[in-house]
Design a binder for this molecule. Structure first.
Ligand code: DCP
Ligand code: MG
Ligand code: MN
Length: 346
């Protein structure tokens, strides 16, 4: 996003960051994840600089800034603009494509295909296209699902779930992760991490979640399922540990449909899962890379050591679990200073 950190104006690279951010926003809009990530990383690096970076060479010496980005940085500093950005702004992305790309769960290939088939509006899709159940939900609830959720509503939604969960099983613990845990004042969805003391596998939590989901449907809190608990569509290594769907705040007038995710986590993996589900995604990637450089492996289940790696860091053996339970301990073992969730947005 276009988040501006306090004190950004005083950063010596403020103008460069501003232009790169606009370029990053453009790549986000056209769903170019690879370039979006490259720009986000470069911006994160620039934010940490205490001097103004003025040349390609200087920029290229910094972490996460490749040759082409370094050239762009020099161009911005010398001309105060970026030709590539001017060009992006003057070639408005095909309007239909832009609309289709904002349908929940729709990527560039699907959106492009629909445009090439002659569809131009959401109505065209509803009436003529061959849609999956999820695509239909994404279109019918297009405005709702493209509206960010205010922090106060996240709190209310979370309280609703926690209340029902406590009635079913008072030992269950539910924490709101994702951007909410990082302190965002609005979120794209609500991410709930479910655990229980004494559990060692997420399978032990499945009966509870099934009962909870049923109750939440009965209470008209849940309104749609996008990825069921037992679907393997999400490529999860442990099927049956997550659920994705939509919910509304019961009793609220004109309540919008909101995206809601549940993640089941045994106590033994809670710390690693917290790190993963708190994010953000870039922060997670950098921690994982660091672990791999230290001969370890971090995933959403734990930190492992003695991982044998072959060519290109490809994993050969699983390694031995060092820590899964304790979030702070994982930072320590990685040799990283503890970062509060609010400081984990890049
Ligand atoms: N995550 C990740 N890599 C991904 C997707 C997710 O590491 N490709 C992790 C980090 C995210 C967390 O899962 O913070 C939750 O995913 P969300 O997509 O819900 O992202 P956020 O909660 O961070 O942001 P938003 O406000 O858009 O929901
Ligand atoms: Mg989220
Ligand atoms: Mn989510």
């Amino acid at each position: 996003g276009t988040k501006v950190k306090a004190g950004e104006e005083s950063n010596p690279n403020a103008r460069t960051i501003e232009v790169l951010q606009a370029m990053c926003d453009y790549y986000t809009r056209i769903n170019d994840h690879w370039r979006t990530t490259a720009y986000r990383k470069a911006i994160a690096t620039l934010r940490r600089q205490i001097t103004k970076i003025t040349t390609e060479e200087e920029a290229h010496r910094l972490t996460n800034i490749g040759r082409r980005l370094a050239q762009k940085i020099e161009e911005i500093v010398t001309t105060n603009r970026l030709r590539r950005l001017d060009q992006a702004n003057s070639e408005p992305l095909d309007k239909s494509l832009e609309i289709f790309l904002k349908i929940y769960g729709v990527g560039l290939s699907k959106a492009t295909k629909w445009v090439s088939q002659g569809y131009r509006t959401l109505d065209d899709l509803l009436q003529k296209a061959d849609l999956t159940a999820n695509q239909r939900i994404g279109i019918e609830r297009y405005d709702d699902l493209n509206t960010r959720i205010p922090r106060q509503e996240i709190i209310l939604l979370g309280e609703f779930v926690k209340r029902e969960a406590a009635i079913l099983d008072p030992k269950i613990e539910i924490l709101i992760g994702g951007s909410y845990r990082r302190g965002s004042d609005s979120s794209g969805d609500i991410d709930l991490i479910v655990t229980k003391p004494g559990t060692t596998s997420s399978a032990e939590l499945v009966p509870f979640l099934e009962a909870l989901l049923k109750k939440l449907y009965d209470k008209k809190f849940l309104v749609a399922t996008l990825a069921a608990l037992h679907s393997q569509s999400m490529g999860s290594k442990e099927p049956g540990s997550k659920w994705h769907g939509c919910c509304i705040l019961p009793g609220k007038k004109d309540a919008l449909w909101r995206r809601i995710d549940f993640l089941l986590v045994p106590e033994t993996e809670y710390g690693a899962a917290l790190i993963y589900f708190t994010g953000n995604d870039i922060f997670n990637r950098s921690l994982r890379l660091l672990a791999s450089k230290k001969g370890m492996r971090l995933n959403q289940r734990g930190l492992y050591r003695d991982v044998l790696r072959g060519k290109g860091r490809a994993k050969v053996t699983e390694g031995e679990l060092v820590e899964g339970r304790d979030e702070k301990r994982i930072f320590e073992l990685l040799g990283v200073k503890w970062r509060e969730p609010k400081d984990r947005w890049c």
